[in-house]
Design a protein around this ligand. Structure first.
Ligand code: SPD
Length: 425
């Protein structure tokens, strides 16, 4: 067993010490390494083209997955452990259809413990102690490279994942920018950071049905926020999700490491801080569905879950998930095996399960995100595959940005400024 990584926690001073408390998934049982800023534009363009063209290229067809790379990954396969009937998963809240977990347990006789979080900061805090206690986690693309460099993960063994060939090759190309050779991270879902509105409450607060030309004005422009304050605006409870959106709104590089630009973005949000009711990265689902918020910045799929819950509750709340013309933040979440994982064979079985087209489609319909398993998309409900907040259009992607890795200095500055913003200082 390799030694546990010894890494200081980048986000230690901004952590929520407990995991997400408002999630609705049923419970089953010394220094961070700076990363160079990387360009992912080419990968983004590729993802758009296949996402929108209905192309069927998968990993198996991609030259990025030559037999040479496959062999290299397999030759450094994780150490095997005694066969066990356990699997410990730590994943985002609202990110799996519990029925697919039950089917996995039934078919494999593996008992799954499934815990969840709602921010990359919470995951990183647990992971980088080197004693996560989990066999599978799901960090976002912005965190993957830094965590790999910190020694937080085992390599995956692709020979144990026959469904690996189903993965969208463009997602793998995107992930290869932070995980060269796709040795550690197996894409799970991808999606956008966007915003949603309660149509009736927003119309009432603004006095018109007409939304601003730039929909982000609803949460960043005081002219709008002062009116919407009465019905409730929420931001992400996460600097790494919220600040890039503010930078993009200001016309700056969303992934900048320039301290002045980061300060400008936070200062802009300070002007509307009194109008922000909540900072939440998962609680907005229930609050939007219940009509307790009228505008939320959130993950596209989660906002669609709020919409579905309101529809199911028949409570008169009508939610529209927006796909702002000026662009959104894009991310990919990947399944990864922590360094201290004890049930790695089962982790591989579960990864393979998630890439099965039927399972991925079932999960996709439930969580309303775009699955990495490309053939799953044709099996998903068309009301989701045709929704730009779940499967972004080319026009939207062209205006959008990938939430990318930041240096330690930029991350620390962002976290410090974010804390003062939240505190209203
Ligand atoms: N409920 C699942 C939310 C998944 C969000 N992934 C977020 C990635 C953000 N960078």
């Amino acid at each position: 067993m390799p030694a546990a990584p010894t890494v200081n926690l980048l986000y230690a001073d901004s952590l929520r010490l407990t995991d997400c408390r408002r999630c609705n998934n049923p419970p089953f049982h010394k220094r961070t390494v700076p990363m160079k800023k990387i360009s992912m534009a080419a990968a983004l363009i590729g993802l758009v083209l296949t996402a929108c063209s209905g192309g069927q290229q998968t990993a198996a067809e991609s030259s990025a997955h030559s037999s040479g790379q496959q062999t290299a990954a397999e030759s450094s396969a994780p150490s095997s452990h005694t066969a066990s009937d356990k699997l410990n998963i730590y994943n985002w809240s609202d990110y799996v259809d519990p029925a697919t977990l039950e089917a996995f347990e039934k078919n494999t006789h593996i008992n799954v413990r499934y815990d969840y979080y709602d921010s990359n900061e919470a995951l990183e805090a647990k992971l980088l102690t080197g004693k996560s206690g989990y066999d599978l986690v799901a960090p976002s693309i912005a965190n993957v490279g830094r965590q790999i460099k910190a020694g937080a993960y085992q390599k995956i063994d692709k020979s144990q994942i026959p469904n690996y060939a189903n993965i969208d090759a463009d997602l793998l190309a995107m992930m290869a920018k932070v995980d060269p050779g796709n040795q550690y991270a197996v894409p799970y879902f991808w999606g956008i950071n966007t915003l949603a509105i309660n149509k009736k409450l927003v119309q009432k607060a603004l006095g018109t049905e007409q939304l601003p030309e730039n929909e982000w004005d609803l949460v960043f422009n005081p002219e709008y926020t002062k009116k919407l304050k009465s019905c409730g605006i929420s931001y992400f409870d996460s600097a790494i999700e919220q600040i890039p959106l503010a930078l993009h709104y200001l016309g700056k590089d969303p992934n900048t490491e320039n301290p002045d630009d980061i300060k400008a973005a936070v200062n802009m949000m300070k002007k509307v801080r009194p109008d922000i009711k909540r900072f939440t990265s998962s609680g907005y689902i229930d609050d939007m569905a219940a009509g307790n918020l009228c505008v939320s910045v959130g993950y596209g799929g989660d906002l669609n879950i709020a919409k579905t819950r309101a529809q199911e509750a028949k409570n008169g709340v009508e939610i529209e998930v927006l796909a702002p013309k000026s662009g959104v933040g894009i991310w990919v979440d990947s399944l990864m095996i922590p360094r201290d994982a004890q049930n790695t064979a089962n982790a591989h079985k579960y990864i393979n399960h998630t890439l099965d087209p039927e399972v991925a489609a079932q999960n996709g319909n439930f969580v309303t995100y775009a699955p990495a398993s490309r053939p799953a998309r044709a099996l998903m409900d068309e009301k989701y595959t045709g929704d730009a907040s779940i499967f972004p259009t080319k026009e939207l992607m062209d205006k959008s940005f990938i939430v990318s890795p930041k240096s330690t200095d930029a991350s620390r500055l962002s976290v410090r400024l974010w804390q003062s913003l939240k505190a209203g200082k």
